[in-house]
Design a protein around this ligand. Structure first.
Ligand SMILES: *Cc1c(COP(=O)(O)O)cnc(C)c1O
Length: 434
């Protein structure tokens, strides 16, 4: 199987037919070459990292799960020897190594949204607290924000967000835990258990019959001009993006701890499940800032909802919808079920991303079962899609990777909170989908 640079007739035909396709990003450039032209810089990501550190003592007090890590939300990098053996048996070069980044087990929110959602919430908390005099400045003791005076003040403010499920969970649980009111606008594909969990922590869930873009539009409109209503905009948020990007900055230390050497001769390949692009885009951006040309990033998307692939391949960014290509946007990967990508993310990914490819629902369900059978990992389909990455990228036969042993990181973006019955049903469906 060859590959296509940019959009061409064969890629378009495959996309329209709902077949798995592979897109190589023709705009990918060395990080240093274009650093001045991107809307965000290393300094923005470092500011996010510092903010998460300032808040850590408060978070350790408000969320018991964060006490062991002193308030830092992070996940381990795990070896997955049985999965790796399966991939090697299926054609992955034997010199390639495979690890899994366990964001499905991130504390509090159980998905990658714990990164971006938390940071977006903290930006709002910090701004309000400084303006209100609850904090004297960034060097103050942030644990003051857990005291009754601060919590009473926060209770008068509402955080609002549009979500396919996991972002709502993240903003809802973190926001409520800090004392805010929270309203989540859920799109049609949002799972019942995610809504129940949110209501359980005291968030208001508004259900919408339409897709993700429609739910976001309602949330955005309601918040416009309202002083005590704060909208977290997944389709355009710099704060979400920078929160995700911190994961990339932290990678070199984790790699070193696992004794994984990374260089242009031994590249690191990130396989990132992608919806609107914020989470995978932020992680890719952070990783490339930290590791330069030694890191490659590929997005993995559902065949029916390749939002970022289409946005980049056509150059139309958020102006293009999967419906324009005859696709439904419907997929078992509820976290990836979006019709359009984020404009902000497309602008940054134009030069950062190596490529994107698509996976069918049937293959995703197989990957859910494999992760469980091989490694006892509970992944939702939106996360298991990453398992398709190593073989797809190797089969694309990219010159940049020729004759180079690589380390693959499957970025498992969510699933540890899946209720037993919901997970059991996914396992039953594996292998039974047409
Ligand atoms: C949201 C989500 C993604 C993708 O993040 P985007 O920012 O929408 O691209 C991937 N996996 C899971 C489990 C998610 O919830």
């Amino acid at each position: 199987m060859g590959y296509v640079l940019g959009m061409d007739a064969a890629l378009e035909a495959g996309l329209r037919a709902g077949q798995p396709v592979f897109f190589v990003n023709p705009g990918r450039a060395p990080m240093a070459a274009v650093s001045g032209s991107r809307p965000l810089t290393l300094a923005d990501v470092e500011a996010a990292r510092d903010r998460l550190e300032r808040f850590a003592p408060l978070l350790a007090e408000c969320f018991p799960e964060l006490a062991p890590s002193n308030g830092i939300v992070e996940s381990p990098l795990l070896p997955v020897p049985v999965l790796a053996r399966r991939l090697h048996a299926s054609g992955l070069p034997t010199h390639d190594r495979v690890y899994l980044k366990a964001d499905h087990a991130l504390p509090v929110a159980g998905s990658v949204k714990a990164r971006g959602g938390l940071h977006a919430v903290l930006v709002i908390v910090e701004r309000l607290a400084l303006a209100q005099g609850l904090l004297a400045g960034p060097d103050d003791d942030y644990r003051r924000l857990g005291e009754p005076e601060a919590r009473e003040f926060f209770a008068g403010h509402t955080l609002t967000v549009g979500s396919t499920g996991n972002l709502g969970l993240s903003v809802g649980i973190f926001g409520r835990g800090l004392g805010f009111a929270v309203t989540v606008h859920m799109s049609a594909e949002a799972k019942a258990w995610k809504k129940e969990k949110l209501r359980g922590v005291g968030a208001t869930v508004v259900e919408h019959p339409g897709d993700y873009a429609a739910a976001c539009a309602v949330a955005r409109e309601t918040a416009a001009g309202a002083e005590r209503l704060h909208f977290i905009d997944d389709e355009n948020s710099r704060e979400l993006f920078c929160g995700y990007a911190v994961a990339g900055l932290r990678l070199p230390e984790q790699l070193a701890a696992c004794r994984i050497d990374v260089s242009e001769q031994m590249p690191l390949i990130l396989h990132l499940p992608c919806g609107v692009g914020g989470a995978p885009g932020g992680i890719a951006f952070g990783a490339r800032l930290a590791l330069g040309e030694a890191a490659l990033a590929f997005f993995v998307e559902p065949t029916q909802a390749p939002a970022v692939l289409l946005g980049l391949a056509t150059g139309g960014h958020a102006g293009v919808s999967v419906a324009d290509y005859g696709l439904t946007g419907r997929t078992v990967a509820d976290g990836l079920a979006v019709p359009r990508p984020s404009n902000l993310v497309c602008r940054i990914m134009e030069t950062v991303l190596d490529g994107a490819h698509t996976v069918t629902d049937a293959a995703m369900l197989d990957h859910v079962a494999q992760a469980w059978d091989d490694e006892a990992l509970r992944l939702e389909p939106s996360a298991a899609v990453a398992l398709a990455g190593p073989l797809a990228v190797r089969r694309a036969d990219l010159p940049r990777l020729a004759h180079r042993p690589a380390t693959h990181i499957l970025w498992a973006t969510g699933g540890s909170l899946l209720p037993d019955a919901v997970f059991a049903e996914l396992l039953t469906r594996a292998g039974n989908v047409p």
